[in-house]
Design a binder for this molecule. Structure first.
Ligand code: BG6
Length: 494
């Protein structure tokens, strides 16, 4: 174990999905790797009325699966779980009652450092911060607060939440978490761009024709209807995860990898995004809802919430002027895939006799975030034969071929950063302001103009027709690697 300061991690919403599926498994992994402070404990707060045993059992099955993935035998699994579960404590508590916080105060007296992790529904966050602040639970300068996205629900509420936080806390104590920044493949975008001299000369409007970012999920809203229906794809994924990817692709090289420098360069991108004109939202943004969404548990049967969103954005600066960035995200898509495709300009002149569609196929650099984490460079070669025929091929780097060892999960990386007080990969308040400023006009327009065609895409499709039209109006197509290219009418690979 390392000898970091004794720490209590207080989880608000300890009975929820995020705690069960992400936070506790990540902490368990850190524990197995002996990365947690020596005197560490986890205080789970919620209002299920569980006993301590019920609370522990709530996580046990998941954790055991996890140990099996690490190829631990039964005995070791049992032993590790027993040791880990000593860290866990459950407290039944109503977050909305100020008197609950006196109880919490009592619990925390013995530790010099506490981290409050708000894994709750977004609408509770402001209230909890106020209660913690009023109860003087932030007076210890070692205390930190972790807030999940979405951070607010529009520009106004995000600014209000920031005001509430800064009434009690210094910015350095606030960790706005976006788990995409903890993903290995997302961080690898920085390595690819700034650890190599090969790509940077081409990484601009002179060589790149357009950038496409797709984050598709096969699953629907599952058991999260209550949260999702108030949120929708723009708030749930675009304002945060997709914008992080866009910033990493479009940012200028940071001088060094320290919080403010890295964040400044990311935020510069958001500041450069051309505002979407209020009266032309439909030219830049498309929404969709999958058929069957309205029948999902805890979803309004007349819901207008989007489960798919596509945007066209421009980054108005020297590097990217007039190069479109197409973003799309959706649930119930044909497959789970997150990838970024940089499409290079076509050759200026066709030297070879052109007869097949491959002739006009431009080069692509594809960064696949998940699954099958990889980087693919697609270029043309001569197809063997007596005729001169071009054919696109892929040069492919696959993460798991080079690095077969298990990657740390995004939450593992980020939780360790929080414990160590490293805020580099967390979101600053001005980033939130900039991101909400970009999407608030779209949210306002969608709120005002009720969609007439919902639900408008079927499960297993790539979203509504309007999404294809958005990009096809510019003479382009959505691209994805491998078989899905064919789904899009792009040139198929053999
Ligand atoms: C979460 C969203 O932030 O990210 C979910 O709330 C989404 O709706 C999830 O399913 C996707 O994360 P990942 O890591 O599976 O791409």
């Amino acid at each position: 174990m390392n000898d970091l300061m004794p720490t209590i991690l207080v989880i608000f919403g300890a009975g929820g999905d995020l705690t069960k599926h992400k936070i506790i498994p990540a902490l368990y992994d850190l524990f197995l790797d002996q990365k947690l402070p020596q005197d560490f404990s986890i205080l789970g707060l919620d209002h299920q009325g569980w006993t301590q045993e019920e609370f522990n059992n709530h996580f046990k099955e998941n954790i055991n699966d996890f140990s099996r993935q690490r190829k631990m035998n039964e005995k070791k699994t049992e032993e590790s779980w027993r040791t880990f579960s000593i860290f866990l404590k459950y407290l039944n508590l109503d977050f909305l009652k100020p008197e609950s916080y006196a109880l919490l105060h009592e619990e925390l007296k013995r530790s010099p450092k506490y981290i409050f992790y708000l894994a709750t529904a977004p609408f509770l966050v402001k209230n909890i911060i106020n209660c913690l602040g009023e109860a003087k639970l932030f007076s210890n300068k070692e205390s930190r607060v972790v807030i999940e996205k979405p951070f607010g629900k529009d520009l106004k509420s995000s600014n209000e939440l920031n005001e509430t936080l800064t009434r009690f806390l210094d910015e350095s104590q606030i960790y706005r978490i976006d788990h995409y920044l903890g993903k290995e493949t997302v961080q690898n975008i920085l390595a690819l761009r700034f650890g190599n001299s090969l790509f940077e000369p081409l990484w601009n409007r002179n060589y790149i024709d357009n950038v496409q970012i797709t984050v598709a999920e096969e699953i629907g809203v599952e058991s999260r209807g209550n949260y999702y229906d108030k949120s929708g794809a723009l708030r749930d994924m675009v304002e945060n995860h997709l914008f992080q990817l866009l910033c990493l692709i479009a940012m200028e090289p940071p001088v060094d990898f320290i919080k403010n420098e890295f964040q400044n360069k990311m935020i510069d991108v958001l500041h450069s995004i051309r505002p979407i004109p209020k009266d032309q939202v439909s030219n830049f943004a498309v929404r969709g809802q999958y058929i069957g969404y309205r029948e999902e548990v805890r979803v309004d049967p007349n819901s207008k919430t989007e489960t798919f969103a596509a945007l066209k954005l421009y980054v108005d600066n020297w590097r990217w002027q007039d190069i479109p960035f197409y973003l799309r995200v959706g649930k119930k898509m044909p497959k789970q895939v997150a990838e970024i495709s940089l499409q290079f300009r076509s050759v200026p002149h066709q030297t070879f006799p052109g007869k097949t569609c491959e002739m006009s196929m431009p080069n692509n650099l594809i960064i696949r975030i998940q699954p099958e984490e990889s980087i693919i460079l697609r270029f043309q070669v001569k197809r063997p034969g007596t005729h001169f025929e071009l054919h696109p091929v892929d040069m492919r780097f696959c993460y798991n071929e080079y690095f077969p060892e298990k990657f740390p999960s995004a939450y593992e990386t980020l939780l360790l950063d929080i414990i160590n007080g490293d805020g580099t990969l967390f979101v600053r308040s001005d980033r939130e302001t900039a991101a909400w400023s970009i999407i608030t006009p779209v949210l306002d327009d969608w709120e005002k103009n009720i969609p007439s065609d919902f639900s408008n895409y079927s499960e297993g499709s790539w979203g509504p027709i309007a999404s294809d039209e958005l990009i096809e109006r510019d003479g382009r197509k959505w691209l994805l690697t491998s078989s899905s290219m064919e789904d899009h009418g792009a040139c198929p690979l053999p």
